[in-house]
Ligand binder design. Structure first.
Ligand code: GLC
Length: 449
């Protein structure tokens, strides 16, 4: 990966962000796309949106949940595909500020989160399902399209002008138009002239029409609109896959599928959510974990409880996540994840087997010290060329979620040559000698008959 500018360093440092999908759709309690998915009547939807009054919305409370949960930044939907704006915009009266609520939610969010020491992200959907020209596109309605596109550019300008420093801007919904139609390059240039340190995501579609087309044709809607040329960071959605040439952030739901509040949805358990955070960190990326607050402005208690559990874990084990680099030093997939920082290797264990000793084969680097981070206990270390043995481990799990062992090395950790490639990688012949030590026949003793 290319070297990051200093002003972007906070992003990989942070590792853990809170995605907030909130808008008038929350009133329907059937996800953020209810308008389209149920082909609702536009007029009725707009009436409900304009009447929306989230009486319990308190941005400070949200920020507290985020801070206690160990999140380092947040991204709020300022406008989703339904086109309703959560800020005081001069471009339309279809906003929380101009309608019943009479409040600029973006401003309340920005202020409270910034005050709490969190970095600020704004999500913005280019798609606006209310607008015929959006569906018609530039070929069939060139004037309507140009007006609509300018409206979007103008809104982005407002968001980057009226709310102080914004750290991350999260486009979505470029479908089905390409970067040319959106004038994405001009848009980014304008954004960077307003906020030079801003990180912009990769969903402004491709400048290369063929690359964009291919993505749409694959029908890979989850990642459609991802651009390889535009965007400071990648946004894998519902999966955790490293982007080879830029920072990335995997966005994930905390329920099963939807982003907006959905009544009765199942919640993923705290260990499943924490596992995603550890996986992202171990692969060198961030996790942007979503919550869909209720229509009345409250964060669902199920989410708050899970966030708190993970926050408690991070208070003790955070050094294994924040600011860590990808750590895939030795085979560890059966136990959990590894992350690295300078000469330290963190072993994040998904479960505790209660054994007094643990062996880790394949490390080439000498270990100076091993500590069970969960309770501060020093472990005894024995190491020969191939195998590290840690002993003195407690019988009972030292923490309710994932225990972490911190290894201090003499140098940055590396694996033995044989352990670098995993079973299905590398040249299989590297293992021949290992097998030959047993003999060279199918018989139990390896000897010829
Ligand atoms: C998809 C969905 C959208 C959601 C987004 C989050 O693009 O269409 O509803 O906001 O994913 O990444």
């Amino acid at each position: 990966m290319t070297l990051l500018p200093d002003t972007w360093r906070w992003f990989p440092q942070a590792r853990y962000g809170l995605f907030i999908h909130w808008g008038p759709y929350a009133q329907y309690e059937r996800g953020e796309q209810v308008l389209f998915r149920e082909r609702l009547d536009h007029t009725e939807y707009a009436r409900a949106a304009c009447a929306w009054q989230p009486e319990y919305f308190d941005a400070r409370q949200w920020a507290k949940i985020a801070v206690d949960g160990g999140f380092r930044y947040a991204v709020l939907t300022t406008r989703h595909h339904d086109g309703f704006c959560l800020w005081n915009t001069a471009t339309t009266d279809y906003s929380s500020a101009a309608q019943a609520a009479g409040r600029d939610f973006v401003s309340e969010y920005v202020e409270a989160f910034r005050e709490a020491g969190l970095r600020i992200g704004l999500y913005y959907s280019l798609a606006d399902w209310r607008i015929p020209a959006y569906w018609e596109g530039p070929r069939h309605d060139p004037n309507g399209w140009a007006q609509f596109r300018d409206y979007c550019h103008q809104q982005v300008r407002e968001l980057l002008t009226n709310y102080g420093q914004i750290d991350e801007f999260w486009f979505d919904g470029s479908w089905p138009r390409n970067a040319h139609a959106w004038q994405s390059q001009e848009l980014v240039a304008m954004m960077k002239s307003l906020q030079p340190d801003l990180l912009v995501n990769n969903r402004l579609d491709s400048i290369d029409p063929e690359e964009g087309q291919a993505e749409w044709q694959k029908g890979a809607v989850e990642n459609a609109g991802d651009s390889k040329q535009l965007g400071d960071f990648g946004t894998p959605e519902h999966h955790i896959t490293a982007d080879a040439w830029r920072p990335w952030e995997s966005c994930q739901v905390s329920t099963w599928r939807l982003w907006g509040y959905t009544r009765g949805e199942r919640w993923r358990s705290a260990d499943v959510l924490l596992d995603m955070l550890c996986e992202a960190a171990s692969k060198g990326g961030n996790l942007l974990l979503n919550v869909g607050p209720q229509a009345d402005g409250r964060i669902p208690p199920e989410f708050a409880a899970r966030a708190e559990q993970i926050g408690d874990w991070l208070r003790v084990h955070g050094e294994a996540i924040y600011g860590c680099q990808r750590g895939d030093v030795v085979e560890f997939v059966t136990r959990g994840w590894q992350t690295r920082k300078d000469n330290d290797l963190y072993l994040i264990l998904r479960f505790w087997d209660g054994r007094e000793a643990m062996t880790i084969p394949g490390l080439a680097t000498r270990v100076r010290r091993a500590t069970l981070l969960s309770n501060g206990q020093e472990l005894s270390v024995q190491q020969n060329d191939d195998v590290l043995t840690l002993s003195g481990l407690p019988h009972l799990p030292p923490t309710p979620l994932f225990p972490v062992i911190k290894l201090k090395g003499e140098a940055p950790f590396e694996a033995q040559p044989w352990a670098r490639e995993r079973l299905w990688g590398g040249n299989p012949r590297r293992m021949t000698e290992w097998a030959r030590q047993r003999g060279n026949s199918v018989w139990a003793d390896g000897q010829p008959r």
